[in-house]
Design a protein around this ligand. Structure first.
Ligand code: ATR
Length: 273
């Protein structure tokens, strides 16, 4: 019996069990995937415990994504560059930390916008939090010539730009409208537009209709940003696929099978939103 799970605090709302249990059933693997509530002051001991209990690995969600990286024996290049881990493999008593958010972000765009070419034009990212770090890493990895980060708190955008080097620059939130005219990719990584959060109100009139627009918010699935972008004639991709695809590398590492992100899985997670 192979055991895996997800740790976080709170953990009640995690969708990861739905995803992994779907794949376990689909592949008839004898395994479990548990929700494990772990408070911050218990993280180190919990990791040791899970390893001692024979867990193959875990997903990591808020608030532990950065702290887990500190405790890891090994970290992937993605986890180090993003500064956070969401996927852990326990191997020979050691903690191997990875970050699959950038992978999930890119796979989602490749699946739903197969003609998208990151290297064709600069990208604009809205937001400068943890999700933005993964998206910037993914876009650079995919060959974006330039990534512009616009954030309400400009200093955070500047910090992130500096972290990633010369291809990444910061823009003022009030300049978004002008920057839109030169970008081929637009991604919202802020919480704006999410159920229960304020709306994302930006003027899309300068957006080129070839620009791919992605929102990593997936509840609601069609955000105002995606609806308005579609009305401008832009290709759009919703955020649910990033959540689904980021889960795949962990499943492969723990259970030994590379799973598919198919419509059945998407529908199963959708009904639980
Ligand atoms: P995550 O790790 O999920 O990205 P986060 O670090 O809390 O979460 O970041 C949330 C992002 O949404 C930030 O870029 C935040 O902007 P600030 O850095 O200025 O806080 C952005 N955000 C949240 N509420 C916002 C609002 N009302 N207007 C503009 N941006 C907002």
């Amino acid at each position: 019996m192979i055991k895996a799970g997800v740790i976080g605090w709170p953990i009640k709302h995690s969708k990861s069990p739905i995803i992994h249990r779907h794949w376990l059933l689909q592949h008839q693997i004898v395994g479990t995937y548990d929700k494990i509530a772990v408070p911050s002051n218990d993280l180190g001991a919990s990791l040791d415990n899970l390893m001692a209990q024979g867990y193959a690995g875990i997903n990591v969600t808020l608030p532990h994504k950065m702290a887990v990286l500190e405790l890891a024996d090994y970290a992937s290049p993605a986890a180090m560059a993003i500064g956070a881990a969401n996927t852990v493999l326990f191997k020979d008593g050691k903690i191997h930390a990875d970050n699959t958010d950038a992978y999930g972000f890119l796979k989602n765009l490749m699946q739903h916008a197969p003609n998208w070419n990151a290297s064709a034009a600069p990208a604009l990212i809205l937001g400068a939090g943890g999700a933005a770090r993964a998206v910037v890493y993914g876009l650079l990895d995919a060959g974006a010539p330039e990534v512009i980060i616009a954030n309400r708190t400009y200093a955070r955008a500047q910090d992130l730009a500096q972290h990633f080097g010369v291809k990444v620059m910061a823009a003022q939130w009030c300049d978004i409208g002008d920057v839109l005219s030169v970008v081929g990719t637009l991604v919202n990584t802020t919480s704006l537009g999410m159920m229960g959060q304020p709306r994302l109100e930006i003027d899309l009139s300068h957006l080129q209709n070839s620009c791919l627009v992605n929102d990593i918010v997936y509840n609601p699935l069609e955000t105002d940003l995606l609806r308005h972008a579609a009305q401008c004639g832009c290709p759009t991709v919703d955020g649910l696929g990033m959540l689904l695809h980021q889960a795949a590398p962990g499943f492969k590492a723990w259970f030994g099978v590379k799973p598919q992100v198919d419509k059945d899985l998407r529908d199963k997670v959708l009904v639980d939103l």
